[in-house]
Design a protein around this ligand. Structure first.
Ligand code: KG4
Ligand code: ZN
Length: 341
């Protein structure tokens, strides 16, 4: 089986082809950063319009790259949520239409399940069960992952997602969008010890997160100083340290609480080098293991959507021709898949 995957939930347009026998055979992502940069964040209407312009050429490109004709595609998987509704509709409408004209099935995929399964595309994929730390621009959550489609949310952010906090603090510091990589870059020049920011919700039990207090603390600090280059770096460093510490502490707690020996970290923020290093140190102390997608599959991509689509097709899932997208969608509402990786 060969699955075409489509991703348009936010500001990346992506297409990929996953082959059951050969694995991932093509993938392409077009980042809309240029479109949104001057606004310091994603403008939903502009995102949807740009997806319309870029999606079909990207699909043609991945088809060309595999030397394939549309008749080689056996199914289409597109991101159906959560995400920006106008952006989701572009991928859903095109994905469904192509599937209809090629007379193959189409499935709407949960974007966060895609992130969760992204490490399965790597040469050394994690075995079930594991704990997943999903950290993106819209979500921060810890899940107990018993098998494919069997996810129990252990904790999530009660306010801002961690990626959103990175983006907002970066904007205030005058750094480029997206804020995560920009903060990570300047934090390297930050001096340790100049500022120490709070680690929110770490002094009480539980696995929920809150990042708006940390964001406000960073913003108040930024307003109290002249924002010269060194101060920007010092604030970025203190913010990144606090955010990473919080994620590592809660991940450790989730591993201990569930007795799991494997951790998967995925989603845009999991590309953060400091986070990866600190998670590796933490799991080593516990005698556990941590798995990440390759950097380009930490952030939004269609490879993870094609793979998840293949798994759901394999488990026998089907959908009617009529489609819907879901801007809000909890990962623990997904049906379990009665198959293995
Ligand atoms: O998963 P993703 O590409 O899109 C969503 O599903 O939201 O995640 C995007 C988020 C943005 O907030 C971006 O600033 C953050 O991931 N991000 C990072 C890094 N790379 C991307 N945050 C921290 N460090 C990074 N290196
Ligand atoms: Zn994402």
């Amino acid at each position: 089986m060969r699955v075409l995957g489509i991703e348009t939930s936010c500001d990346d347009t992506a297409a990929a082809i996953y082959d059951e026998r050969l694995g991932l055979v093509a993938h392409k992502t077009y980042s809309q950063v240029i479109v949104h940069q001057e606004y310091g964040g994603v403008v939903p209407e502009l995102a949807a319009r740009d997806h319309i312009r870029k999606l079909l050429p990207l699909i043609k490109a991945v088809l060309r790259e595999t030397g394939g004709q549309p008749h080689n595609i056996d199914a289409v998987a597109y991101t159906a949520g959560p995400g920006l509704v106008g952006a989701l509709l572009v991928g859903a409408a095109l994905g469904r239409s192509l599937a209809w004209s090629w007379q193959v099935p189409a499935l709407g995929i949960h974007h966060m399940e895609g992130h969760l399964l992204a490490p399965m595309l790597e040469p050394n994929p994690p075995a079930f069960p594991f704990v997943a730390l999903l950290v993106s621009g819209g979500h921060t959550l810890l899940a107990d992952v018993c098998g494919l489609g069997r996810y129990i949310v252990l904790g999530e952010s009660v306010d801002d997602a961690v990626g959103e906090a990175f983006d907002k603090v970066a904007k205030l510091l005058g750094l480029d969008y997206p804020g995560g990589p920009a903060i990570a870059k300047v934090a390297g020049q930050g001096r340790p010890g100049r500022f120490r920011f709070p680690r929110p919700m770490t002094d009480r039990p539980g696995l929920d997160f809150s990042f708006s207090g940390l964001k406000t603390h960073a913003m108040n600090t930024a307003r109290s100083f002249d924002l010269d280059g060194q101060t920007v770096s010092d604030i970025a460093r203190a913010f990144q340290e606090a955010a990473v510490d919080t994620l590592v502490l809660k991940s450790r707690r989730a591993l201990e609480q569930t007795g799991k020996a494997r951790l998967v970290a995925a989603g845009g923020v999991s590309a953060n080098t400091l986070l990866q290093q600190r998670l590796e140190d933490m799991v080593r102390q516990l005698g556990a293991e941590v798995y990440f997608p390759r950097p380009e599959f930490c952030t939004d991509n269609a490879a993870m959507i094609a793979y998840t689509g293949w798994k759901r097709m394999q488990s026998g899932q089907t959908e009617e021709l009529a489609f819907t997208v879901r801007p809000r969608w909890s990962i623990d509402e997904l049906p379990s898949m009665q198959i293995t990786v």
